[in-house]
Design a protein. Structure first.
Length: 439
């Protein structure tokens, strides 16, 4: 298997590097922690390690050191497509090198071989109440897949630590292969009452398969969007809730299925994965307030101020790390302008991009008033007819698996330990503050 061979070839050198840091340089000070960071959600504390992705405040997310524009340009593409193979992105994240077209296609073929979802998963999903949230269904389905975990099976058989990553890779390939099938089934079942099992075709790539299984009308156009969406939402360092949850649960040697189900539960939170639907909802609200027409710039400027003055926020603007427009937003806006530039919501989103940062700067509260990935992603799904807002986070989840599973594989390969930070009482922190004030 190509991913196994490439990782196995790199692993001895990586293990030596990691071992040297843990054994020879353990006492080197990297950063200092403030009281604000302790009580403020551990914001910006440098305490995680990942080589899969990094959020550069000035350039946005970097996948294996490459910016979004560089990734979209360098990765191989299906014939006639402008967006790369998702399998190429997965190879890049797993191996750390840009694949050839043949290597990307080999990853795609690995997914096709593993895409069959067990019948009991479908039976479980069909047994759930109709009002069950799609993220609950997705998380439950991933838990159900755990029955076939090679990692769990081989661990209980006495698998050696050096081989943890091999079983983790097997599970990761199975998980990422079956997720789009499950997501498509949930979509067709929940919103259309259909219970036919989706069929994954070995003749189609990951994005094209998802477009076919989802049943959208413009399958060619949506296949391009699916490739772009999954690539852009794959990873975002290890500190965000879903990625950190995967890392934390996995550090206990819970297998990839258990770990990713937990990650999905974090992704389902309103402060994480639900943001994309809130952004689209706000755009539709603006659109409706002006009689289903795109307002003028002055009208939008006033509406934005009215929103802020009423105590509400404008979703999709501002980022914890970035100090520039999110390149994932830029890539999606470029896609929209290339494929459907006259769409009213695209035009409105573009005008919001022009107006809202100005308003937020004038208000003076936002450190970074630039748009993030959520400001446009729902708009693109809406155009292609995927208009059930609570399904958007499921799409996010399918993409996020592509980033957190390489992190999981490499964490097991390098023998990263169980995560166990130390806690302090409020009184202990107050004593530290008092001592600092007395000096």
């Amino acid at each position: 298997m190509i991913l196994y061979d490439q990782i196995a070839a790199q692993l001895p050198g990586w293990r030596e590097r990691y071992k040297a840091l843990a054994k020879e340089h353990a006492d080197v000070v990297v950063d200092q922690v403030t009281v604000g960071q302790i009580v403020g959600g551990m914001r910006d504390i440098k305490s995680l390690v990942t080589d899969i992705s990094f959020v550069d405040p000035a350039e946005g997310i970097r996948f294996r050191g490459m910016s979004i524009p560089e990734v979209l340009k360098a990765l191989p593409k299906p014939r006639g497509a402008k967006i790369p193979y998702v399998g190429g992105l997965y190879y890049l994240l797993m191996v750390g090198e840009v694949p050839t077209k043949a290597q990307a296609q080999e990853v795609e073929a690995e997914w096709a071989r593993r895409a069959d979802v067990p019948d009991y998963v479908y039976k479980m999903l069909k047994s759930m109440p109709k009002e069950t949230h799609p993220m609950t269904l997705l998380s439950q389905a991933v838990l159900a897949l755990q029955n076939g975990s090679q990692f769990a099976k081989k661990y209980h058989e006495g698998m050696k630590k050096d081989a943890y990553w091999e079983a983790a890779l097997e599970d990761s390939l199975a998980l990422t292969a079956q997720l789009p099938v499950i997501a498509a089934f949930i979509y067709r079942m929940k919103y259309f009452g259909e219970t036919k099992k989706p069929k994954y075709s070995a003749k189609l790539d990951y994005g094209a398969n998802f477009a076919k299984m989802l049943g959208v009308k413009d399958q060619k156009g949506y296949a391009e969007l699916a490739r772009l969406y999954f690539i852009l939402h794959s990873d975002h360092e290890s500190g965000n809730v879903s990625a950190h949850t995967m890392h934390l649960v996995g550090s206990a040697l819970s297998d990839p299925f258990l770990s990713f189900s937990a990650a999905l539960n974090g992704l389902a939170g309103p402060l994480h994965g639900l943001a994309n639907q809130e952004c689209l909802g706000w755009l539709l609200d603006v659109y409706g307030k002006f009689g289903n027409k795109v307002p003028s710039r002055d009208e939008l400027y006033k509406f934005a101020w009215d929103t802020l003055n009423s105590g509400k926020v404008i979703p999709g603007y501002g980022h914890a790390v970035l100090r520039v427009p999110d390149p994932r937003f830029t890539a999606q806006m470029q896609f929209a302008k290339a494929h459907f530039p006259e769409d009213d919501l695209v035009r409105l989103a573009d005008m919001v991009f022009d107006v809202v940062p100005t308003v937020l700067k004038e208000q003076g509260k936002a450190k970074n008033p630039a748009p993030n990935v959520d400001a446009i992603s729902g708009t693109l799904q809406y155009y292609y007819g995927v208009r059930d807002f609570d399904f958007y986070t499921v799409l996010f989840g399918v993409g996020r698996a592509l980033g957190v599973t390489p992190n999981y594989v490499w964490a097991r390969a390098l023998g990263q330990p169980i995560e166990r930070p130390k806690s302090l009482s409020t009184k202990m922190i107050e004593d530290v503050v008092a001592k600092a004030a007395a000096q």
